[in-house]
Design a binder for this molecule. Structure first.
Ligand code: ARG
Length: 470
């Protein structure tokens, strides 16, 4: 007996079959579909559709299905349209009428929505782990280089001295928000659609709250139409992935620049580099370039997922089947990108001498203007005085640090020698506000990061379907 027998009498065209069959993609949901079937069988037992023995038999065969699939000992058939029909076909083959009862009171619409949210919850856990690992990798160099001078830029032009530690802490700071976004998204994903039926709610008196608890959800979605029709959990997850991947990609671009000899700030290890098939001398930062490229794909999947629902009449329509491929790709790609950044940074060699060499005296112009302000000059006037001086020096091929204290004194007679003694260390030390480039502030951030990493390690990870099935 095939799925649509009774209604549709001729086999579908081959093209229709390849359009319609989602099994190659959604087979990945099998552990979740097994969990959902198990919970559903128990519920059918509770309301008297299944006897006690039938529930046990279904549970046993579901375990066998998963074990056989994992061992590669399980053949799919052409009529297995998707992972849900496969599970039902398997149970029916093994258990006859018991298997034929499993779809009582449910639809693939609430089944797939439930499987998918379980997957999303696990995926978000995995991403949180990866982000925490990357934060752990960043911690060391942030502390080691809390006082390592770096030429900070805006518009990619020399701006003010900062430190390498401060720079790396900027990535950590962004990643902490990404982590929070992942955790938030997980909270909203953890609401269970099961029991919503095809669209109107199950016609059998199943206990949705019990089902949700059984499956590890925090609660139930409160409307059956919304529960089976919306894909916002997938959209939100992809969106969070896209922001995370964009963060990683931006720093990847920075590191590509830094690996060019004109910067020469770092050297990726051979393990994270490639050569050229033609140019024997080449050493390319492909890892970072691929990270950049992959972030584009993740951003694209957000569009795929949003356009699936933006004009879709309620409730279910088959368009929604395209959601899995898009989100699997967004999540897999984001995991990869985060892991690659962690691996490459764990191995990278920073070159502080090269960083120091690109600092230029004009980057202390703001400091000089600040000293004039302290001596009573309004900031705008101080800005103008220093700007004129820097421009004159530039014409002479010089910068402020090429001048003697005496020359500076002559130019700015109101300033003490101490105020005129410009240097990079003083400049960063004076950026002594919370979050500033002062080494003490960067070390303060390390202490906060340590506390965060400790909390994360102590709280461990939520258990998940795939973990418990492993
Ligand atoms: N494979 C389908 C999907 O991924 C499952 C739901 C099918 N529902 C239906 N009424 N045809 O969306």
């Amino acid at each position: 007996m095939t799925l649509y027998e009774g209604r549709l009498n001729r086999p579908v065209s081959e093209l229709m079959d390849s359009l319609n069959r989602s099994l190659p993609v959604d087979i990945r949901l099998l552990p979740y579909d097994v969990a959902v079937n198990r919970a559903w069988a128990e519920e059918l037992g509770r309301i008297g559709v299944f006897g006690k023995e039938e529930v046990e038999n279904v549970t046993r065969e579901l375990d066998a299905l998963l074990a056989e699939a994992r061992a590669g000992a399980f053949d799919t058939l052409p009529e297995d349209e998707d992972v849900h029909t496969l599970t039902e076909r398997f149970l029916t083959e093994r258990l006859g009428d018991t298997g034929a009862k499993i779809h009582t009171g449910r639809s693939r619409n609430d089944q797939v929505a439930t499987d998918f949210r379980l997957y999303i919850m696990d995926a978000l856990n995995g991403l949180m782990d990866d982000v925490a690992t990357l934060l752990g990798v960043l911690r060391g160099p942030i502390e080691t280089h809390a006082a390592t001078l770096l030429a900070g830029t805006t518009h990619l032009q020399p701006a003010q001295p900062i430190t390498l530690g401060h720079f790396l802490a900027s990535l950590a700071s962004a990643l902490l928000r990404d982590f929070d976004r992942l955790a938030d998204a997980r909270g909203r994903a953890a609401l269970c659609p099961l029991g919503s039926g095809a669209l109107a709610g199950s016609g059998f008196k199943v206990d949705r709250v019990r089902l949700a608890r059984e499956l590890g959800f925090d609660g139930v979605l409160p409307n059956s139409l919304d529960a089976i029709a919306d894909r916002d959990a997938a959209q939100e997850t992809a969106g969070v992935c896209a922001i995370l991947a964009a963060h990683i990609s931006r720093y990847a671009e920075q590191f590509v620049l830094w690996s060019h000899p004109s910067f020469g700030y770092l050297r990726f290890s051979d393990r994270w580099s490639t050569g050229s098939s033609m140019m024997p001398q080449k050493r390319n930062p492909d890892a970072m370039e691929l990270v950049r490229g992959k972030a584009s794909r993740v951003a694209g999947q957000v569009t795929t997922l949003l356009s699936l629902t933006k004009g879709l009449p309620l409730s279910y329509a088959k368009d929604l089947q395209e959601d899995k491929q898009a989100l699997f790709d967004a999540v897999d790609t984001t995991c990869l990108v985060v892991q690659v950044m962690a691996g490459a940074l764990a191995d990278v060699e920073f070159l502080p001498d090269r960083m120091a060499r690109t600092l230029t005296g004009d980057m202390l112009a703001t400091d000089l203007a600040d000293r004039l302000v302290e001596a009573g000059t309004p900031f705008r006037a101080a800005h103008g005085e220093v700007a004129r001086w820097v421009a004159e020096l530039e014409k002479a091929g010089k910068n402020p640090l090429d001048t003697t204290l005496k020359e500076r004194k002559k130019r700015f007679p109101n300033l003490s020698e101490k105020a005129l003694a410009l240097d990079y260390e003083t400049s960063i030390r004076r950026r002594d506000v919370e979050g500033g480039a002062a080494p003490s502030r960067v070390r303060e951030f390390v202490i906060k990061l340590d506390r965060w990493l400790e909390n994360r390690a102590a709280s461990g990870n939520d258990s998940s379907v795939s973990d418990s099935e492993k």
